[in-house]
Design a protein around this ligand. Structure first.
Ligand SMILES: *Cc1c(COP(=O)(O)O)cnc(C)c1O
Length: 365
C-alpha cells in the first residue's frame, strides 16, 4: 500500500536523534514549559522571521489564544473559510467570537478576498486566513485588505510550515501566525503540540499568560486562561525534526513537480501551480475530479491510499448551518468538497511510488 504518510520510514539518523532527545528530557527531570520549550521557541521564531514564538498545546488552541491575545472575543465576528479543518472554526467559537464564512477561490481552494469583502459588517474584527494544503496565500492582497478594513489578520499555518510569500515566511505577516505540530503535519511531533508566532510583544506576553491558566506570575490569575502548554519532550523532538524540515519540504516539492508535469488525464484537474512569488510546501497534493469517489476506489484497488480534505464544508456540518456567510452563498466551497482528492505526497515517498501514483491516475477512465 502506498500511504498518505509513512512516519515509520523516517531516516534512521533522525530516529536516533529523537531517541537521544527524549532521554535528555527524561534525565533532566523537568517536563512542562522549560529549557527545551524556550530553545524550540527561539529556533522556530528565527525560522518564521518573527520576534516571538509561544509554544502551546495544539494548533487549535494556538488560534484561540491568538484571537484572545488580540483582544477578540464575545460580540466580535471573525471571518474565515468553510474549506478547512473543523479546528479553525471551533477555535473562533472557543474564543467566544462568532465565525462568519466566506467562499474560496476555485483555483487554489484558499479564502477569497472578494467574498470576504461581501461579509464584512460593523462587528467584523478579524480574518483567520488558512494557508490551505501548504500554499502561501497571496499576502499582497491580504495585507492590503486587512489594513484597509482594520481587520486583525490571524494566519492559520497548520499546513504551511516554511511556506513563503516574496521570500518571507507565512505566519509573519499578520497579528499572529498559528501552527500545529500534530504528527502528520509537515513539522510534527510524537503527539500534540502547537505554537503561535508574532512580532507583537503584547500579543506574545498575553499568549504566555493565557496558555498557563491566565497566570501572570505563580498564583496570580489576571485572565481566565487555558491549560495549553507545550511539553518538554515535544519541544525536544521538534528541535530534531526542525533540522530536517527543509530537506523534507524539498522532497514534497520535488514529488509535486513530478505530479504536475506527468499527470495527464482529461478526468483530472490539478489546482493552480504556485505563484511566482509564493511557495507551496505541499502538506497535501490535491486534485479535482467530477467522479472523485470512483477515482478513490480505482486508487485503492491499485494499493494507493487517498483522502478527502475536506468532504464536508464547515457550513454543511449540521451544527454549523446557522453560521452567517457570504450573501451570494458558498458554492465554490461546496463544489470543491464534492470533487477534491488528496493523493500521497510526503517526505518518505520514493520515486518508484510517485511514478506508480502517476501511472494509476493516468489510467483512470
Ligand atoms: C491540523 C489543523 C488545525 C488544528 O491543529 P491541531 O494541532 O490538530 O489542533 C487547524 N487548522 C488547520 C488548517 C489544520 O490543518
Amino acid at each position: 500500500m502506498i500511504r498518505m504518510i509513512d512516519l515509520r520510514s523516517d531516516p534512521e539518523e533522525l530516529v536516533l536523534a529523537q531517541r537521544d532527545a527524549i532521554e535528555r528530557v527524561l534525565r533532566s527531570g523537568w517536563f512542562v514549559l522549560g529549557a527545551e520549550v524556550a530553545a524550540f521557541e527561539e529556533l522556530w521564531a528565527r525560522a518564521c522571521g518573527v520576534k516571538s514564538v509561544v509554544g502551546v498545546g495544539n494548533g487549535m488552541d494556538a488560534i484561540e489564544i491568538a484571537l484572545r491575545a488580540c483582544g477578540i472575543g464575545s460580540g466580535d465576528e471573525v471571518i474565515t473559510t468553510p474549506m478547512t479543518a473543523f479546528a479553525t472554526v471551533l477555535a473562533i467559537i472557543r474564543a467566544g467570537a462568532t465565525p462568519v464564512l466566506a467562499d474560496i477561490d476555485a483555483r487554489t481552494a484558499i479564502l477569497s478576498t472578494d467574498s470576504v469583502r461581501r461579509t464584512i459588517t460593523a462587528k467584523s474584527r478579524a480574518v483567520v486566513l488558512v494557508h490551505l494544503y501548504g500554499r502561501a496565500a497571496d499576502m499582497d492582497e491580504w495585507c492590503e485588505l486587512c489594513e484597509a478594513t482594520d481587520l486583525a489578520l490571524i494566519e492559520d499555518c497548520a499546513q504551511a510550515h516554511g511556506a513563503c510569500w516574496r521570500g518571507r515566511p507565512v505566519g509573519s505577516f499578520g497579528a499572529a501566525g498559528t501552527f500545529s505540530f500534530y504528527p502528520t503535519k509537515n513539522l510534527g511531533t510524537a503527539g500534540d503540540g502547537g505554537a503561535l508566532a508574532t512580532n507583537s510583544p503584547k500579543v506574545a506576553a498575553s499568549a504566555r499568560v493565557l496558555r498557563n491558566y491566565g497566570q501572570s506570575e505563580r498564583y496570580h490569575h489576571v485572565q481566565f486562561g487555558l491549560n495549553s502548554r507545550l511539553d518538554e519532550v515535544h519541544a525536544a523532538l521538534l528541535q530534531e525534526r526542525l533540522a530536517w524540515l527543509h530537506r523534507f519540504t524539498e522532497r514534497r516539492q520535488a514529488i509535486a513537480r513530478r505530479y504536475a508535469e506527468s499527470i495527464r488525464n482529461p478526468h483530472i484537474e490539478l489546482l493552480a501551480a504556485p505563484a511566482q512569488v509564493g511557495s507551496h510546501v505541499y502538506h497535501l497534493f490535491v486534485l479535482k475530479c467530477e467522479r472523485r469517489d470512483a477515482l478513490a476506489s480505482h486508487l485503492r484497488a491499485n494499493q494507493i491510499e487517498s483522502l478527502v480534505h475536506y468532504p464536508i464544508a464547515i457550513h454543511q456540518q449540521a451544527i454549523c448551518q446557522g453560521l452567517r456567510r457570504d450573501p451570494r452563498g458558498l458554492r465554490l466551497s461546496e463544489k470543491h468538497a464534492a470533487t477534491c482528492l488528496s493523493v500521497p505526497c510526503h517526505h518518505n515517498l520514493v520515486d518508484e511510488q510517485a511514478e506508480r501514483v502517476i501511472e494509476v491516475l493516468n489510467a483512470f477512465q
